[in-house]
Ligand binder design. Structure first.
Ligand code: CDP
Length: 230
């Protein structure tokens, strides 16, 4: 298979829990590119908000968040054991904690705050300057890298996504109910699609991948064939 000789930018957007990060990581490994999970950055800011009583009962104290924004340092560091880029928040590796359902249940209102988006989008743009990057999120093809050479929009049926996330969290030992996960996924999609600031939207030039009935290997093959034709 012929792969692009010059480094490109690959933007992957789509609905919650449809395996964007998994496929993005695999593409990056195949191409020897950097993989960035932009959702991890929004989750880390949310964790900061939960710890500092900036979000209470699902309501974000916007003024308090803006007052704290310069104290929120979010960055990636290579984990030598896993070879993954883990997310760090103010000197602490929070890769595991940001995946808790409590963070998923509070992230969308935090991610809707314009000041949070400006901060994180500017960091994300810097990461893409050298190209050779696969980034997944909600606004990557529309806002962060509108010039990306390849844009994918991923989705899958809500029940399939809920089951996958349920399996993932229970495998980690978290006690969660399938119903609350399904509710969270559907609620987050709705919130992300209807917010004023960079709503989740398929870029006009994005290719849709519905992976409801595809294995990971089938998805990877499908994407690598597209990349080979760029
Ligand atoms: O893994 P999952 O698909 O469930 O979500 P995620 O990619 O970790 O993103 C968590 C949340 O962060 C999303 O529901 C959005 O509210 C927000 N997000 C965003 O607004 N923009 C991005 N580029 C990435 C995530």
């Amino acid at each position: 298979m012929e792969l692009p000789l010059t480094k490109i930018v690959i933007a992957i957007d789509g609905h919650s829990s449809c395996g964007k990060s998994t496929i993005a990581r695999e593409i990056a490994r195949k191409l020897n590119y950097i993989f960035i999970d932009s959702g991890a950055m929004y989750r880390a800011v949310t964790l900061y908000c939960l710890r500092n009583q900036i979000i209470n009962s699902g309501i974000v104290d916007r003024d308090k968040l803006i007052a704290h924004i310069d104290s929120i340092k979010v960055y990636f560091r290579l984990n030598p054991q896993t070879q993954h880029n883990d997310i760090w928040l103010n000197g602490e590796n929070v890769e595991d904690e940001i995946r808790l359902l409590e963070v998923s249940q509070n992230v969308s209102p935090v991610a809707a705050v314009a000041e949070v988006r400006h901060l994180l989008v500017s960091l994300q743009k810097q990461m893409g300057l050298q190209k050779g990057i696969v980034m997944d999120g909600r606004d990557i093809g529309t806002v962060v890298f509108p010039e990306a050479e390849l844009k994918l929009f991923m989705t899958a049926q809500p029940d399939v996504r809920a089951q996958r996330r349920f399996d993932e969290l229970t495998a980690k030992g978290e006690t969660v109910s399938y119903e609350e996960i399904r509710e969270n996924i559907i609620g987050r999609d709705r919130y992300d699609e209807t917010r004023d600031e960079s709503p989740l939207r398929k870029a006009a030039d994005a290719i849709v991948l519905d992976n409801s009935y595809m294995t990971r290997d089938e998805q990877l093959e499908w994407v690598m064939n597209i990349i080979a034709r760029i």
